[in-house]
Design a protein around this ligand. Structure first.
Ligand code: AMP
Length: 227
């Protein structure tokens, strides 16, 4: 994909429950289109690891599979959006997750002369999501994603991408917490599908397909909406 095809600031939102493939696909879009992946989950995990005040407040909520308060998430997002690498465009992965966050995002983008380019809903079956989440892990070195059943490295224990041999699993990627995260998604995030549909910026993708097929569908949408 030729990065030069994107000529104006692009804001893509990937919507979908935990395990839908938002992170995996956002990383691919980053490679394919030169956009910057912005995952509030990653930013919050970094804040927890760094022991910041926001991180300390978020930790227990994240471990229980609930949603961190809008105030904390918005402050973290705003700081990240102020960094210059986001000027060309971002792929928001895991944000917005509430109506309040969606409204705040509009305000933030407005101030920067930007708006939401497209919202892509990754549509999946709930039951399959728990299995997907429970088996996943990432390379500790480069962050490449793997899954015990669906995507193992070509050589056991060696990352395909960077050759690293250490892997990690998220504390909240277990069946019980995944269930709570799914419940939070349906209660607070899924209503955003109708919200963005009403604004005429929603696209839907069958995300039960394999990773490569979903990547193709997404690429087609991104090419169209950034034209
Ligand atoms: P994720 O990596 O997107 O699955 O997020 C992991 C956890 O971080 C979620 O279960 C929430 O506790 C928290 N989190 C991430 N993004 C948000 C958000 N936009 N609003 C509230 N909580 C969030």
């Amino acid at each position: 994909m030729d990065n030069a095809t994107i000529t104006r600031p692009t804001v893509l939102i990937l919507l979908g429950p935990p395990g839908a493939g938002k992170g995996t696909q956002a990383r691919m879009l980053e490679e394919d289109f030169g956009l910057v992946q912005l995952s509030t989950g990653d930013l919050l995990r970094a804040a927890v690891a760094a022991g910041t005040e926001a991180g300390q407040q978020a930790k227990a909520v994240m471990e229980a599979g609930g949603l961190v308060s809008d105030d904390i998430v918005l402050a973290i997002l705003k700081d990240r959006m102020a960094e210059p690498d986001t000027a060309r465009g971002v792929i928001l992965d895991g944000f917005p997750r509430t109506a309040g966050q969606a409204e705040a995002l509009d305000g933030l983008l407005d101030g920067a002369g930007m708006k939401v380019t497209s919202v892509i809903s990754l549509e999946v079956d709930d039951a399959a999501m728990i299995a997907r989440v429970a088996g996943r892990h990432t390379c500790a070195g480069c962050g490449e994603g793997y899954h015990d059943a669906f995507k193992l490295p070509a050589t056991a224990g060696v990352c395909d991408r960077c050759g690293g041999t250490a892997f990690k699993r998220r504390a909240d990627d277990n069946a019980e917490t995944a269930g709570a995260r799914l419940t939070a998604y349906h209660a607070q995030t899924a209503p955003l599908i109708a919200y963005y549909e009403g604004r005429g910026v929603l696209e839907r993708i069958d995300a039960m397909d394999d990773i490569a097929a979903v990547r193709d569908s997404l690429s087609r949408i991104v090419q169209t909406v950034t034209r």
